[in-house]
Design a protein around this ligand. Structure first.
Ligand code: SAM
Length: 467
């Protein structure tokens, strides 16, 4: 962090702007929005500056003096030439007054960020003066996510802070507010019905006093690895969670988006090496929820696609724990997108089938091979790397042509993604030649020819080069 972000209260405090042009006007609008007592000094004022600021600030037509600067909390300099800017910057520095010189980051004590203003709620984005346009773009993106009545919501919460403090024990207060901001009451305020919300808020506070609060478990899909493939909801839940139980395939980049003080437990398992038994994972989720915690069970891809999310949901429901599922991008769709391979491209496929190549213990997968060998079907095999030879032999035995295109995608959507392509009879050789260890998907079907990837010939060519 190059600069320390802090918010300064300017309400009724003296702020000086030196300059009489459009740069000065832009800064004047900002500080007036924060309630500053504004003086603008310049030898000349542009007409639009006069029109807009005459009634809202003191406009003084002359050269500034040292005393003007020293009487201010912060000073902005805009629309003045280089030598004047430097001269006044020296004066400000000697007087210990914080200074901003527009478009001259090297002369600034502070810079003004891109701001999203929702009343009580403000978001500011700084690029430390390095890329202001990037800052503005980020602001537009964030602005689109924030409801317009966010300020009203914060004001509403502020009105109840004292009653909540008086009635709800300290250890339950955070959970109370989490619940409130996710509740229909908050939704009501955001949709403009504040009056109806007051009655419900009082009921919520009274109820929270009498009930033993049970927490909640969200079973959340983290997607195949690229953090940008998280859903907005998954991100929000991660940032609210008190406890996170996460799997092996959840990337560090995704975990780093979680609330900093959340408790994190690794409960991942390699195929036959269960770090924490399934029953134990379920028992832990239930126990944390009974302590009133907001639990996120974070799973790679989508929780309901070969992820045991269904079993976990049932266990929570059987224990009467409030539970919800947040879907994620499953490996098949994530990998297909990042390999440029449309799974149901209509020239090549009428259906797509997801299967697992994993069976209990070391057994071979017991799949409906005749159905999976049908033409015009894209077959996606999860956890199939170690059984690739068997899978290709079975599909060929049941009628799929040995020349059917295949693709193997390892670490799909991540920075170390590898895509290999070939034909069905080459599947196992591809995996061996490419040193694939997983996590990887096998894709069998005509669409696999569309993938951007390396072939066996390319791989053996590289090997020769390395040798
Ligand atoms: C236990 S399954 C979980 C699948 C997950 N629930 C989903 O929807 O993607 C794990 C398998 O998913 C596949 N997989 C998960 N992430 C992957 C990735 N980034 N690239 C390729 N395959 C992946 C691999 O076949 C891996 O062995």
């Amino acid at each position: 962090m190059e600069q320390f972000p802090a918010y300064i209260s300017l309400r009724s405090r003296p702020v000086l702007i030196i300059g009489g042009g459009p740069g000065a006007l832009a800064k004047a609008r900002l500080v007036l929005a924060a309630g500053a007592d504004l003086t603008v000094i310049a030898p000349e004022f542009a007409s639009e500056v006069r029109e807009e600021l005459d009634a809202r600030a003191r406009l003084i037509k002359r050269e500034p003096a040292v005393a003007d600067i020293e009487a201010s909390v912060i000073v902005f300099i805009a629309d003045v030439d280089e030598s004047d800017a430097r001269r006044w910057a020296d004066v400000a520095r000697m007087g210990g007054v914080l200074l901003n010189v527009v478009d001259r980051p090297e002369l600034c004590d502070f810079t003004t960020p891109s701001i999203i203003d929702r009343g009580q709620v403000t978001v500011s984005i700084s690029t430390n003066g390095a890329a202001p346009v990037l800052g503005k773009k980020l602001r537009q993106n964030i602005e689109a996510l924030l409801p317009s009545r966010l300020g009203e919501l914060a004001e509403f919460a502020a009105k109840y802070r004292a009653s909540v403090r008086a009635r709800i024990p300290a250890q339950q207060r955070r959970a109370f507010w989490e619940k409130f901001f996710d509740s229909p009451i908050a939704a009501q305020i955001l949709s403009g019905d504040e009056w109806g919300a007051h009655e419900q808020m009082l009921a919520l506070i009274n109820r929270s006093q009498t009930e033993q609060e049970v927490g909640v478990v969200h079973i959340v899909g983290a997607g195949p690895g690229d953090p940008e493939l998280l859903t907005i909801k998954a991100l929000r839940l991660l940032q609210q969670a008190d406890v996170i139980l996460y799997d092996r395939l959840v990337s560090d980049e995704i975990l780093s988006l979680a609330r900093r003080d959340a408790e994190r437990f690794y409960v991942g398992k390699a195929k036959s090496n269960h770090a924490v038994p399934q029953e134990e994972i379920e028992a832990r989720m239930i126990a944390f929820a009974r302590e009133g915690k907001m639990v996120v069970r974070l799973k790679g891809g989508d929780p309901f696609v070969f992820g045991r999310g269904g079993e976990e949901l049932q266990a929570l429901q059987n224990a009467s724990i409030p539970s919800h599922v947040c879907p994620g991008v499953t490996a098949a769709t994530g990998c297909a997108a990042s390999a440029n391979m449309a799974l149901t491209h209509r020239d090549f496929a009428q259906a797509v089938t997801f299967v697992t190549g994993h069976a209990k213990g070391e057994a071979d997968p017991d799949l409906d091979w005749p159905a999976l060998s049908a033409l015009k079907n894209t077959l996606v095999v999860y956890m199939g790397v170690s059984k690739a030879a068997l899978i290709s032999a079975k599909l060929i035995e049941h009628g799929r042509a040995a020349s059917t295109p295949v693709a193997v995608i390892e670490n799909g959507t991540r920075s170390n993604q590898k895509v290999l392509k070939g034909t069905l009879c080459e599947l196992d050789d591809l995996i061996k030649a490419g040193g694939v260890k997983g996590p990887a998907l096998l894709v069998v079907g005509e669409v696999a020819a569309l993938a951007d990837g390396e072939t066996l010939t390319m791989l053996s060519g590289q090997e020769r080069l390395v040798a």
